[in-house]
Design a protein. Structure first.
Length: 373
């Protein structure tokens, strides 16, 4: 899974080194200020209250892309002091020098000249996203406050949904349903659920994992799994504070239909091969060896309307599409010529069409059934 679009990936690649002491002033002047430059990069976070899953995902990509390019919070100050915070240079060494997640504040000049300063902690990153989406409830960034006043604890992974805040602890949380029991458990990390697919939970990371891996998305495995690595190892609980309407389910495209047709055909062939054994296998092998035989069968398949139209047909036949389409057009014209009497009758027609006789005759029969003559 990927959180960034192809365009965002390109933008990040093109601009990831822009924010340096040498380039900062020039870029700001050219773009008309920080906000104007961010907008020019295409990382526009939706404003107002977010209600749709698509807007939430867009904002996740926008904010993490903004961080990847700029290395600076989506605000001029994350503690009200007028200080700026900067990510490291992407290396684990730079991360370790800052004390594993402890923010270091300072003037803009100081931050620009110190590439080893981490921008923010994970908790602030999550809350910054929530603010941008209009989902932030309180001035407090306390996870327990959210669970107590605004949301409800999520006690099982199967109940996690996009937008849920997942917090990791160093010690067991005895009662996930009671926020009061979460205190003093050694908070380790916080992330927000981006997607749940086939039981897999994908988290958007605004902290050290992002810095180390340069990828804001990470899969959350089973509890205490060594596969989780770093901040995702240990104990967790989560808060569900709002619902997002899933507007990401799209209607089937012609390509989707083509893929389904292919799968159906492959399943049918598998059944027939099991049923008829060597006969079906020999036929398939024959098509591989005899290109003309394959094109005749494919054209007949198309004319029987089993391979879709337009883009669906292109997806269905792949690299064979042009050859199959040419054969289809030839068969259609030959069938019209047969009806017009250009191929004679019976034996004469069979002799002239040779191996193509049956596929052309099938189209003649279809034309008759459609009432075309």
């Amino acid at each position: 899974m990927n959180i960034w679009t192809q365009q965002q990936k390109k933008t990040i690649s093109d601009h990831c080194r822009d924010f340096t002491a040498d380039t900062y002033t020039a870029y700001m002047k050219k773009a008309g200020g920080y906000d104007a430059y961010v907008k020019a990069l295409g990382f526009a976070i939706p404003t107002g209250t977010c209600k749709k899953l698509s807007a939430f995902r867009q904002a996740c990509g926008a904010m993490t892309g903004n961080m990847a390019v700029w290395g600076i919070d989506y605000s001029s100050s994350n503690d009200g002091s007028g200080h700026y915070y900067r990510w490291g240079n992407g290396s684990s060494d730079a991360f370790r020098r800052t004390g594993k997640g402890k923010c270091k504040g300072g003037t803009l000049k100081a931050i620009l000249n110190d590439p080893a300063v981490v921008t923010t902690n994970c908790n602030y990153g999550v809350n910054t996203l929530l603010r941008a989406l209009g989902l932030y409830k309180t001035a407090s960034e306390n996870f327990i406050t959210w669970a107590t006043r605004y949301g409800h604890p999520v006690t099982a992974k199967k109940d996690l949904r996009p937008g849920d805040m997942v917090h990791f602890f160093n010690q067991p949380v005895r009662d996930r349903a009671k926020p009061s029991t979460w205190k003093g458990k050694g908070w380790k990390h916080i992330a927000i659920v981006y997607a749940v697919e086939n039981g897999k939970i994908w988290l958007v990371d605004f902290g050290s994992r992002f810095i180390k891996s340069k990828n804001p998305l990470h899969y959350m495995p089973v509890d205490t799994s060594s596969l989780a690595g770093g901040e995702y190892t240990g104990y967790w609980t989560a808060v569900h504070a709002f619902d997002l309407e899933d507007d990401t389910v799209r209607e089937k495209t012609t390509e989707d239909i083509a893929v389904e047709l292919k799968r159906a055909m492959e399943a049918w062939n598998a059944v027939k091969r099991k049923e008829y054994g060597e006969e079906v296998y020999s036929m398939a092998q024959g098509y591989m060896i005899n290109r003309d035989a394959y094109l005749r069968a494919a054209a007949d398949y198309v004319l029987d309307e089993f391979a879709g139209k337009g883009e669906a047909r292109k997806a269905f036949f792949g690299d064979d599409y042009d050859d199959v389409q040419a054969k289809v057009m030839w068969v259609i014209q030959a069938a019209k010529d047969v009806v017009a009497g250009k191929y004679g009758n019976d034996e004469e027609r069979s002799a002239k069409l040779c191996a193509d006789w049956q596929v052309v005759q099938n189209e003649v029969n279809r034309m008759k059934k459609r009432g075309e003559f």
